[in-house]
Design a binder for this molecule. Structure first.
Ligand code: IYR
Length: 219
């Protein structure tokens, strides 16, 4: 038997601009996002990070279960432990785990096992996916839900003028131990957040997007 109840949808967002212009204005912000690996030590307030998490937390999720946890780390000692754990995994990755093709694809990025940004960025936001909620209840479309929340987090940070990196040291199980998270929380994405340093460089490799008609099909 359905328990659905409905109320009028009144709290609608209505931009001042027509939809084409509103969408184009957001595009102008989003298209300038770069993944940044050189952060300034300039602080970012806890309130700012809270707003970014609130933005991410607006994401839709399977049956509205909100199967995510955002562990926001500013403690330098904890950041140092995360860096040590990530660099240990990355050493293995670059020395053994990655195949030739993968290393070739990464070459233009200039990445290696050194992850200084994990101690210089003022915040490390570690996003966990919850395989079930704390009370044991089921969740649905887990990856889709958490992926959507992460996308909104990145967009919100960009909108606020903050730089981010989507970092995935693999495997990421060490994050449970370092952050004292229970087994039903699985690390999904590690997002350093801060300001790009004054001397920040990004890969010259174009991050231009493939033409719209390659990624969009209109029928
Ligand atoms: N996790 C490694 C390797 C890496 C993999 C991909 I795919 C990237 O787009 C970038 C890096 C590292 O962070 O160095």
């Amino acid at each position: 038997m359905s328990e659905a109840r409905f109320v009028p949808f009144t709290d609608r967002y209505q931009p001042a601009l027509p939809p084409e212009e509103a969408a184009a204005a957001l595009f102008e912000i989003l298209r300038r996002r770069r993944s940044v690996r050189m952060f300034d030590d300039r602080p970012v307030s806890r309130q700012t990070i809270e707003w970014l998490v609130r933005c991410a937390h607006t994401a839709p999720s399977g049956a509205n279960k909100q199967p995510w946890r955002f562990v926001c780390v500013q403690d330098p000692a904890v950041k140092a432990r995360i860096r040590a754990g990530a660099e240990a995994e990355e050493r293995e990755f670059y020395a053994r785990r990655a195949n030739e093709q993968w290393l070739a694809d990464l070459a233009p990025l200039g990445t290696d096992e050194h992850k200084e940004f994990l101690t210089t960025a003022p915040w490390l936001v570690v996003v966990f996916q919850l395989t079930h909620l704390d009370d044991g209840s089921q969740v649905y479309y887990l990856k889709e839900s958490v992926g959507l929340a992460c996308g909104l987090f990145l967009a919100a940070a960009q909108h606020a003028g903050l730089a981010t990196l989507t970092h995935t040291p693999s495997p990421m199980a060490f994050l449970n131990e370092v952050l004292g998270r229970p087994k039903h929380e699985r690390p999904f994405l590690l997002i350093p957040v801060g300001y790009a340093s004054a001397d920040c460089e990004v890969p010259a490799m174009a991050i231009g997007r493939r033409p719209l008609d390659e990624v969009m099909v209109v029928i």
